[in-house]
Design a binder for this molecule. Structure first.
Ligand code: AMP
Length: 306
């Protein structure tokens, strides 16, 4: 697809309080949620528009901080009750985690409602929420041009028909390798990718944590490494950060083709690496574009052979 100039990115997803048990300690009430990470990452490159729900306990300070980054928060619904809460515990090597608690709270009755000003959005990122709600967002956008979606094991298991309808309406699916195996029923990533591309999206991006990410599309396969970090603090939200940065960079470039997608993947990997360097959104919150550009250069250096 072709558009003229920098576009906004419309993001729907969760906003949450996370209770994180990390090797470095226990961190309660950390502001998180898929939409929060996606929007913070996307806003490094392009204006972001958020659609989500928070409860009456959600601090207005956080919303002000988001607005200060150029994130449009008019699509955030303020509901009576408690904000969505998720608790997770990581293994000592941070490579795996278990969900200890998911309290939907105000998220349970959430029906995304786009403010009229959002309906002209062209770049859409459907963060990890119920597939039916992802479809409801698409219904409200006048002429979406590039739609990417994330999902998770829970929806693959319990909402497969709705998820398959989502897959038919998106341009790119961004999932991790476990989710790909579950969705495709194939252990082999390449065969699994072929199956998923057969379900609808033109591009599939498979996130593989510290081993980087792979893109599958009509032009072939592309690999982007993860930036090798010396100090990993908290991988929570790294996948959402990756997807948000990918869409933000594509919206900034204003054009999605084989080359810009590959360029945006390098930015996505770079920004996601910063996310892991702090607990919750702390590192993303202080991140400057100059730092991203410098690390992007270092990442490119890792791939250069001369
Ligand atoms: P990631 O580490 O990229 O998988 O993202 C973690 C974020 O997703 C956390 O901030 C959680 O609040 C949020 N999250 C966890 N479970 C869910 C869920 N079922 N629906 C929506 N968001 C969730």
């Amino acid at each position: 697809m072709n558009t003229q100039s920098k576009q906004d990115v419309l993001i729907v997803g969760s906003m949450a309080f996370d209770d994180l048990t990390l090797p470095s300690g226990v961190f309660p009430d950390v502001v998180g949620g898929s939409a929060t990470y996606c929007a913070m990452a996307a806003s490094l490159f392009a204006p972001a528009r958020l659609v989500a729900v928070v409860g009456s306990d959600f601090p207005s300070r956080v919303l002000e901080e988001l607005r200060a980054r150029g994130i449009d928060t008019r699509g955030i619904e303020h509901a009576d009750g408690k904000t969505f809460r998720w608790a997770g515990r990581y293994a000592d090597n941070l490579a795996s985690r278990e969900t200890l608690k998911t309290e939907l709270n105000v998220f349970a009755d959430f029906r995304p409602k786009l403010p009229p000003e959002y309906r002209d959005s062209t770049f859409i990122l459907l963060g990890n929420i119920q597939p039916e709600l992802q479809l409801e967002v698409l219904e409200q956008v006048r002429a979406p041009q590039f739609v990417a979606a994330d999902t998770m094991n829970f929806w693959i298991d319990s909402e497969r028909p709705a998820l398959e309808r989502v897959l038919k309406r998106i341009n790119a699916l961004v999932i991790n390798d476990e989710e790909l195996r579950q969705l495709s029923g194939e252990h082999n990533i390449r065969r699994g990718a072929e199956r998923v591309l057969g379900l609808g999206p033109e591009r599939l991006i498979v996130k593989r944590g510290e081993y980087g990410a792979m893109l599958f599309d009509a032009e072939g396969i592309f690999f982007v490494p993860a930036f090798p970090l010396e100090d990993e603090q908290d991988p929570t939200g790294a996948g959402d950060t990756f997807a948000g940065a990918l869409m933000g960079r594509l919206a900034e470039l204003g054009r999605v083709d084989a080359l810009t997608t590959r360029q945006a993947l390098l930015s996505a990997s770079t920004v996601a690496s910063f996310c892991v360097e702090g607990v919750g959104t702390t590192r993303l919150g202080s991140l400057k574009l100059g730092e991203v550009k410098q690390r992007l250069g270092e990442l490119r250096g890792l791939l250069h052979l001369e």
